[in-house]
Write a protein that binds this ligand. Structure first.
Ligand code: MG
Length: 167
């Protein structure tokens, strides 16, 4: 049976928000008193998309490729991690058809920055911005995304075989 030409991947990420960290999401820095805690810049959206992309290609996950024990990735721009995941996917014969993602956080309000996030992701991946969707939600005050203690991101990525994919 021929290998499917289209495959989907799902990614999730969450980070604790603490004072004194820059708030970076989708490659965009937003003024806010707290920011995500992590080894890299802790960009939950970039991480969720990276995991969705790796997942679609069955290439493991972000932590396996870029362990948080590696000093090389300390405070790293996570768009660089995403670019590296994309290179890996392309090497395995896959190209991104589209991305749809949702960020969940109570504050700051992300809607003014969604377009900048899509542009940053499009630039990183060499994709038309029309193929990238980023949505922002609150959890209406519920749970860690609602009480200001955390941020979460979910993403799905559809990949298409370039012609020599390893299925
Ligand atoms: Mg993460």
């Amino acid at each position: 049976m021929p290998a499917p030409r289209l495959r989907v991947g799902h990614g999730f990420d969450a980070h604790r928000l603490i004072e004194g960290r820059p708030f970076v999401i989708g490659g965009v820095r937003i003024p806010h008193p707290t920011g995500p805690l992590g080894h890299s810049d802790a960009d939950a959206l970039a991480h969720a998309i990276s995991d969705a992309l790796l997942g679609a290609c069955a290439l493991g996950d972000l932590g396996a490729h870029f362990p948080d024990t590696d000093p090389q990735w300390k405070d790293a721009d996570s768009l660089r991690l995403l670019a590296a995941c994309h290179e890996l996917a392309v090497r395995h014969g896959w190209t991104i058809a589209n991305i749809d993602a949702t960020v969940v956080v109570q504050a700051p309000k992300l809607s003014p920055y969604l377009s900048a996030m899509r542009d940053a992701l499009a630039d990183t991946l060499g994709l038309e911005v029309e193929r990238i969707s980023v949505k922002a939600k609150t959890s209406e005050g519920l749970g860690y995304t609602g009480d200001g203690s955390g941020i979460a991101a979910y993403a799905v990525v559809l990949v298409e075989a370039l012609g020599n994919a390893e299925g």
